[in-house]
Design a protein around this ligand. Structure first.
Ligand SMILES: NC(=O)c1ccc[n+]([C@@H]2O[C@H](COP(=O)([O-])OP(=O)(O)OC[C@H]3O[C@@H](n4cnc5c(N)ncnc54)[C@H](O)[C@@H]3O)[C@@H](O)[C@H]2O)c1
Length: 267
């Protein structure tokens, strides 16, 4: 599919770097945004050094984009003001720029951490209530809510990918449930960017086909990608992989501990 002009925020990051080669093959034009400088690597690439907190700069860079992949932001627990600035306000700026330029699809980087307090034994679906495991998870709940608002109120087509643990390979027991392989990440992102207009809004888990996964895979009618990798194939190399899992423990594992958040609360 020709994806037209695709804009990617947070393009210098781990996921941005992983999806960039595939996107530049399928996009007529690839607009890369990050607050750190990027260099175009192909004739159809252009790079903009933009802080997502600057609404005007975001709007200028996204002008003419047919599709927007919004990856930029703070990717883990941090003080709430930082998360509100980069993740919540930043997403608002991206959605507003996409609305104004008439984009046909926005794909948001959500997170599995919006439901991290559901127990490991509960196979979680996107319509289960949110149970964020920290301030970062709260910011991603707001990201998702902004996406839904823009879809409901303005008709902007939005897919929010609740990304699992994006890693070259699983290295710890939790990854046996949460791993998102680079190959499956590219697959989910491409499918989300190409989702039909009838998918006005969807929040879906982007996770590999892990035998031990906590989350429902997307309905192919909503997002046409079936993941191919399974963390189980790497289990033998992971210390503790055979220890019995507690089905009552939070899916978030160590991220659910109070200390994980308290060290970012400085009052
Ligand atoms: N990596 C994972 O396992 C994972 C899991 C769930 C969700 N996510 C989400 O996916 C997205 C990408 O994750 P990643 O692992 O590539 O993170 P990353 O930190 O490698 O990349 C994020 C990028 O965003 C840029 N950025 C941050 N704040 C910015 C700002 N104010 N203005 C402009 N650019 C800014 C950074 O410079 C960086 O290049 C993030 O939104 C993250 O929350 C990632």
């Amino acid at each position: 599919m020709d994806l037209g002009t695709v804009a990617v925020t947070g393009a210098a990051g781990g996921i941005g770097s992983a999806v960039r080669p595939a996107l530049r093959r399928e996009a007529a034009r690839l607009i890369l945004l990050d607050r750190v400088p990027l260099r175009p690597e192909a004739a159809n690439e252009e790079a903009h050094t933009v802080d997502l907190r600057d609404a005007g700069a975001v709007a200028a860079a996204l002008s003419g984009a047919d599709r927007v992949l919004h990856l930029g932001g703070v990717p883990d627990e941090a003080p709430l003001p930082d998360l509100l600035d980069a993740n919540v306000l930043g997403t608002h700026h991206v959605l507003e720029a996409a609305r104004r330029t008439g984009a046909a699809r926005v794909v948001l980087a959500g997170s599995n951490r919006v439901t991290g307090f559901h127990p490991a034994g509960h196979r979680t679906a996107p319509d289960d209530p949110v149970r964020p495991d920290g301030l970062y998870g709260v910011s991603k709940v707001a990201v998702e809510a902004l996406g839904r608002l823009y879809a409901d109120k303005f008709g902007l087509p939005v897919v929010c990918l609740r990304i699992g643990s994006f890693e070259p390979r699983p290295t710890e027991p939790r990854h046996l449930a949460t791993w998102l392989s680079p190959r499956d990440c590219v697959g989910f992102v491409r499918a989300a960017l190409a989702a039909p207009a009838s998918t006005r809004f969807a929040a879906v888990y982007a996770v590999s086909a892990n035998t031990r996964r906590f989350w429902e895979l997307p309905d192919p009618a909503v997002l046409d990608y079936t993941p191919v990798d399974d963390a189980e194939d790497h289990a033998r190399g992971i210390p503790g992989a055979d220890a019995p899992a507690d089905p009552a423990a939070p899916q978030a594992g160590p991220y659910a501990r109070p200390e994980f958040t308290l060290r970012h609360i400085g009052y």
